[in-house]
Every structure is written in C-alpha cells, then in structure tokens.
Design a protein. Structure first.
Length: 214
C-alpha cells in the first residue's frame, strides 16, 4: 500500500509544439520558488544523457532511426531518470515537467505506422510515475504554427501536429486541466498557478504516488 508522506508534486505541461509549454513551465517554477516552494524544471526528452543525445540527433534529422526504436528510446530516456525523479519528489522538491509519456504516445502514434497504435505506444510507459497534475495547454495547430513557425525539428509540420492534437484528445483523462493557451502569458500563467498550488498543497499534506497507466 502506498504511504501518505509529504513530498513534492509532479506537475506536467503537455500540448502541441509551440503552444507555450516552455514559457509557462519556466514562469511557474519562478513563481513557485518566489513563494517558498522548492521547485525544479525538468524536460523530456532530457537531451543531456547519452540516450538523450541520440534522440537529439534524430530530432535534428542528423540520424535516421526505426520508428519503433526511437519510440522506445524516448521511453527509456524517462526510465533512466525515474529513480532520480522519485528521489527528488521524496526530498520534497516539486517537479514542473515540460512533456512526458503523453507526448511520447501522441507523437509516435501520429505517424500512422502499422502496428504502432496508441496501445502499443503506451506499453513501455506503463509503470512510470504518474503526474499529480497535467496542465494541457490547448491550442489549435494553426495558432501554434503562427507563433514561431514550424520547421526547425523533425516533427514540426502542421499535418503531424494535427494528428498529435487528435491523439492528445484521446489520451486526455478527466483529472487533467485543460487550459486555454490562446490567452495572454499572464492569463495562462494564472490558470496554471492555481492548479499547481492545489497539487503542491495536496502533496505536502500527504498523497500516494500513482503509476501510468493504472
Ligand atoms: P521539445 O521540443 O519539447 O524539446 O520536444 C522535442 C520533440 O520530441 C517534440 O516534437 C515532441 C517530441 N517527443 C516525442 O516524440 N516523444 C517523446 O517522448 C517526447 C518527450 C517528445
């Protein structure tokens, strides 16, 4: 049975490329820290590890890889950080995370490769820590593309992003918070902050850990 101990909260940002996740996750960590919460920003893929460097090279189209193999590598990049993540949370550090397993599943399944459907894509993620809160930054692909323009990395095309968005709709669970990401930076931040404060308070009071996809 999971014990009810004070711990940090795992707060996840998800959404299509260019929806504002990096801006909002950075701003949320700053806000939490300035109100005395011990918080850190993490992101996936973590490009600093040797697996992360292989992923980085693939995303920048410097190397090619089988679609199944790169999917497993993205998942392995989360597994290799799992113990460190759990240790941080146990120390009372709140982790604000920019992308995680939901991106992993939504992106690979969006490629439409026979056999690599949502269920197949989920399986290597099962058993990883489940976030305490998901902030899904909801934005039409056209609005996201208009922001900075796609094109720098492998998955930044409107067609793929539309399929990714449709997959996020299938993956959404009722405990997620859907944030209208078309608002101003401050409006979006205020919505995210309220959810984060609630998640931090619940974890300080003692909350069990949950696993994907229980
Ligand atoms: P980033 O732009 O947030 O660094 O993410 C890099 C790209 O990798 C982005 O297009 C989403 C994609 N991605 C996956 O395909 N699988 C994953 O597991 C993750 C975390 C990201």
């Amino acid at each position: 049975m999971a014990s009810l101990v004070a711990r940090g909260a795992f707060i996840l940002f998800e959404g299509v490329d260019r929806c504002g996740k990096t801006t909002q996750s950075t701003k949320l960590v700053e806000a939490l820290k300035s109100s005395g919460v011990n918080a850190e920003l993490w992101r996936y893929p973590d490009r600093t590890t040797s697996m992360g460097q292989m992923i980085n090279s693939y995303l920048q189209s410097k190397t090619e890889m089988d679609d199944g193999a790169i999917h497993l590598l993205f998942a392995a990049n989360r597994w290799e950080k799992r113990a460190a993540m759990e240790a941080k949370l146990a120390e009372g550090v709140t982790l604000v995370v920019d992308r995680y397993s939901y991106s992993g599943v939504a992106f690979t399944a969006a490629k439409g490769i026979p056999g690599l459907d949502l269920e197949w894509c989920k399986s290597p993620e099962v058993g990883l820590l489940r976030p305490d809160a998901v902030l899904y930054l909801n934005m039409p692909v056209e609005a996201a593309a208009a922001r900075g323009g796609f094109g720098e990395e492998r998955y930044e095309t409107s067609d793929l992003q539309k399929a990714v968005r449709a997959n996020f709709d299938k993956l959404r669970e009722d405990w997620w918070t859907i944030v209208d990401a078309t608002g101003t930076v401050d409006e979006v931040h205020a919505a995210c902050r309220a959810v984060a404060d609630d998640a931090v308070a619940k974890c300080v009071a003692g909350a069990p850990y949950a696993r994907l996809w229980d």
